[in-house]
Design a protein around this ligand. Structure first.
Ligand code: SF4
Length: 259
């Protein structure tokens, strides 16, 4: 009698453990300080690439849900926006707004900020982390805006980044919100969403920024930064993403999504 050999039951297709782990790590990690940009994406082979049609669909849904997204940092003009962004490093927008409401009533121009002086400025912002250094930077950047840029916030990335306390993220926010440029500021929320969804995997904010700029169609770029921040802040939460109410859960590539 022929011996019957039983075939092993077919296994459910799954993302290889090692690779899924790598995606999970990138999606939950905090952004590393900007380092050398690598042209190599960190997308594991097992994660299906996004098609242009899918990316268009994602941003069409964001646009439909929130056609005119707004940033949550309160400001009156490009100068106060610049100051608010500098103050927001490692602080929440709500915490910055609480301090700047009173501050901007008395100092909404570089000259008024200089007239206020570092000591009194510190009093206004002492509830914000690193306020001593930030006060020093705000006074120094006000002086530079006055002496080198005629009192107007400069409009180029290099000039904005040359201001004390302002880095690439500050320049991206100011260029986008004050001057309508198609820049992509990557904060902790955008970094997480770019990695989790697989839209723009990267180990540094710069990699994610360049990846997003490459794949997002121009028609969405003016608001893309805010849609992604708001998505990360209110839906794709760091510890417990709300996948069940997520607008793009059918498209998201995160192996750990809960839908
Ligand atoms: S499905 Fe979940 S993990 Fe993916 S973007 Fe939505 S909330 Fe984030």
């Amino acid at each position: 009698m022929a011996k019957i050999t039983r075939k092993p039951a077919p296994r459910k297709a799954a993302v290889p453990k090692k690779k899924a782990k790598a995606v999970l790590k990138a999606a939950t990690a905090k952004p590393k300080a900007p380092a050398k940009t690598s042209s190599k994406a960190t997308r594991p082979n097992s994660i299906k690439s996004w098609t242009p049609a899918e990316i268009h669909e994602v941003f069409s849904r964001f646009r439909k849900a929130n056609p005119e997204p707004k940033g949550e940092l309160e400001h009156i003009n490009p100068f106060t926006l610049l100051v608010a962004v500098v103050l927001s490093a490692q602080a929440t927008d709500a915490g910055v707004n609480k301090a700047t409401r009173a501050l901007f009533e008395v100092a909404d121009t570089p000259q008024k900020m200089l007239d206020l002086g570092e000591e009194r400025l510190r009093e206004y912002i002492k509830t914000i982390g690193l306020y001593r250094t930030k006060a020093k930077n705000v006074i120094a950047l006000s002086a530079k805006v006055l002496s080198e840029f005629g009192g107007e916030v400069p409009r180029t990335r290099a000039e904005i980044e040359s201001l004390p306390g302002a880095g690439r993220k500050t320049a991206n926010v100011v260029l986008n919100m004050a001057f309508g440029e198609h820049t992509m500021a990557v904060d902790t929320h955008v970094f997480r969403v770019g990695n989790r969804t697989g839209l723009a995997p990267g180990k540094t904010p710069l990699e994610v920024e360049l990846g997003l700029e490459k794949v997002i169609p121009a028609e969405f770029m003016l608001h893309a930064h805010h849609w992604l921040i708001l998505h990360g802040r209110y839906t794709c939460l760091a510890r417990k993403p709300r996948c069940e109410v997520c607008l793009i859960n059918d498209l998201c590539r995160w192996p750990e999504k809960t839908v």
